[in-house]
Design a protein around this ligand. Sequence first.
Ligand code: NAP
Ligand code: MG
Length: 480
Amino acid sequence: MASSQPVYDKIYINGEWVAASTSEMADLINPATGQVSGRVVRGNAKDVDRAVKAAREAFKTYSNTTKQERIHYLNAFAAEYEKRMEDVKRAVTVDIGAPVSFCNMMHGPAGLTTIRNSIDALNEIELEIPRGQSMIVREPIGVTGLISAWNWPSLMMCSKVSTALAAGCTIVFKPAELSTHASLLIAEMLEVVGLPMGVFNMVLGKGSVVGDAMSQHPGIDFISFTGSNGVGAKIARTSADTVKRLGLELGGKSAFMVLPGAEVEKVAPLAVMVVMLNSGQSCGAGSRTVVPKDMQEDFVAAMKAVVRNFKVGDPTRDADLGPVVSEKQWRTIQGYIQAGIDEGARLVIGGTGKPEGLEEGFYVKPTIFADVSNHMTIAQEEIFGPVASVIPYASVEEAIEIANDSPYGLSGFVFGPDHQQANEVARQMRTGYVSVNTINLDLSAPWGGYKKSGIGRENGVWGVEDMLEIKAINNYANLL
Ligand code: NAP
Ligand code: MG
């Protein structure tokens, strides 16, 4: 490892960078090269304990701050993020292999947007509501344990942290180890913001150790977790003993619904983007493309033309698609592509193996399957890779059935020439978010899942509300 590569051997507790309780270190791997890009310490349960202690102490005063004081800190966070946005983009590229163009468009600005949205949410939210003889007061829930995934590192960290700060909560944050570079950078920004000691704490380490200790800890009142279903369910079980409130943002298998009469040339490129951007590693990816049977051939041909022109390669250059995050993720995706072939889906483009000339990093061939039936593995399970499954349907009723025949219910898309019909279809989808004739996300709207996609909502007013307790003060004295 070159000496210029960062070594992250400290954790952030009570306003200071301090040594972790262990000296165990892990290598960080650049997915574009397979080479080590840095090293990171793996803390343990003792470190969680120290962080929780600091956060509990800080809660005594931070919970009593006014909206204006919190907005002051959030503005400072936004300003610092804006100043260092170029560094964030570079860090995300090294962490997860997201191409520069995509970092410019999404990973960089999205973090800033979520901080600003938390400010708007705090301005908007009513913290005291008179009702009958009672005053309903919403108070910060306490110490929050924020556990993040690696696939949208800046967006997730900024959203979770700014929401907690807006709610008046203090924080123990655990980033995904795979996105250490970006997370450390954002922690440095929070240091500059001048928050009171102990309001923001960050413990580095494995989920099975640090994340598990957070789930068990009696001093944490709320866990906000983004990640896989298996880990989400485990956290729910582990945190049950201490009766924590939970926000779980889990997986998805969202439908991209193409209605009869949709303009193929306009819509097919969007269908490709929503499943392939970020190398398919988005919880809200539209990974099931549901199209009218008599449009399938034209639609698939148009999707194929887009994919054929994709530049897959070095994310620091002009690639459309970089690698996937890790070798483990690469292998999982290969297994799914093979399952698609074995179960009889028609391989239109892509397939198993690495794209020619890209043997070093964890590159996947962008892949399209057609004639997919919704019961196939590739239509039921979240692949988290650049793999589209095109599912033909005979009637719009059947299309809605297909969309809803999933254990997940996170997101969805509806494209059609009749906007009203498209909206009616959107209302019948059992998901927490649906985009109609657009793929641009509104990050001020609530985000979260029906069914196995999760519990609770993030973003905007709804995200803040989830981190508040509700108190009724019954003013009986008024009646005397
Ligand atoms: P993951 O393995 O569940 O990891 C997510 C986080 O949980 C990481 O920080 C991980 O730590 C930690 N963790 C692992 N085991 C834990 C345990 N026993 N207790 C507590 N924490 C633990 O998820 P992933 O595979 O990295 O991420 C991809 C998944 O996230 C996909 O399923 C995707 O759909 C979902 N996701 C959902 C949303 C949403 O908003 N709904 C957004 C993005 C991603 P380490 O990895 O550092 O060890
Ligand atoms: Mg994982």
